[in-house]
Design a protein around this ligand. Structure first.
Ligand SMILES: [Zn+2]
Ligand SMILES: [Zn+2]
Length: 252
């Protein structure tokens, strides 16, 4: 079962003139503008296009199965990463995480991936590449991290919470390795009934995650010598990690 024509019609009609006081400090209000079928290599999805009243960012939801109007829906939040998602950059793990999430969701009865257009944790593409450039020129991760902006997570939770409400999701199971992230959604009134760990298979590119030494040094350096910045909200768990390493990932 996936979204029915009636459900699509209902969502579009309800959202047509939607306006509310907004979510979070920035008073973000989103509305569904278009919905279409999206068969993918990870399974059959519907793609839902959202308008955003604050910054014009066009967020997207990828809905698998009968996930709208439902309870205990598996949900993954993914922040846009052009270099990782589209190009397969090895400076981050975004694509591994995105693929693992879509593959997992696609095999479930129902699930939703929210694709949030907040490149570089919301600082934008240009600033993200500036941070990369700083690293290339020998700046340490602290400066690069400041440039990358470890901003408060308030804003993306408010967008995500509004999107889930727009999709009429009654309760969710959040796909995350960091239990603390659940609080961010709960604060905006989302009913989180559980957590699903996101586990990605090991490959040569995420091998550094398995190396305790890299973990202990406080930042992650891959086998090509490029330091990794955390662009997603939580770090991935790679199959084969020890219990201690997994616990280290969960605390951020
Ligand atoms: Zn609204
Ligand atoms: Zn990335």
């Amino acid at each position: 079962m996936s979204l029915t024509k009636m459900q699509i019609k209902q969502l579009l009609e309800e959202n047509k003139d939607h306006g509310c006081e907004g979510y979070g400090r920035d008073r973000v209000c989103v509305r569904i503008v278009a919905i279409a079928d999206l068969p993918s290599r990870f399974g059959d999805f519907h793609v839902v296009a959202f308008y955003n009243n604050r910054d014009g960012k066009e967020h997207a939801a990828f809905v698998h199965g009968d996930a709208c109007f439902a309870e205990d829906v598996a949900v993954r939040l993914h922040s846009e990463c052009l270099t990782g998602d589209a190009i397969g950059s090895l400076r981050c793990d975004c694509r591994d995480q995105l693929e693992a999430a879509l593959r997992t969701l696609g095999q479930m009865d129902r699930g939703i991936l929210l694709y949030l257009r907040q490149e570089g944790r919301g600082i934008g593409f240009i600033n993200k590449i500036r941070a990369y450039g700083l690293q290339d020129h020998g700046y340490d991760t602290v400066e690069a991290n400041i440039a990358l902006g470890f901003r408060d997570d308030e804003r993306d939770y408010s967008v995500a919470a509004h999107m889930l409400d727009s999709l009429k999701v009654k309760s969710i199971q959040l796909m995350t390795n960091n239990p603390r992230k659940i609080d961010g959604l709960t604060a905006h009134g989302i009913h989180v009934t559980g957590r699903i760990p996101l586990v990605i298979p090991p490959n040569e590119h995420n091998r550094f995650y398995l190396e305790t030494k890299a973990e202990k040094s406080g930042h992650l350096i891959d086998f090509q010598g490029k330091e990794h910045l955390e662009e997603q909200l939580d770090r991935p768990v790679v199959e084969g990690m020890t219990a201690e390493q997994i616990a280290g990932v969960a605390v951020q």
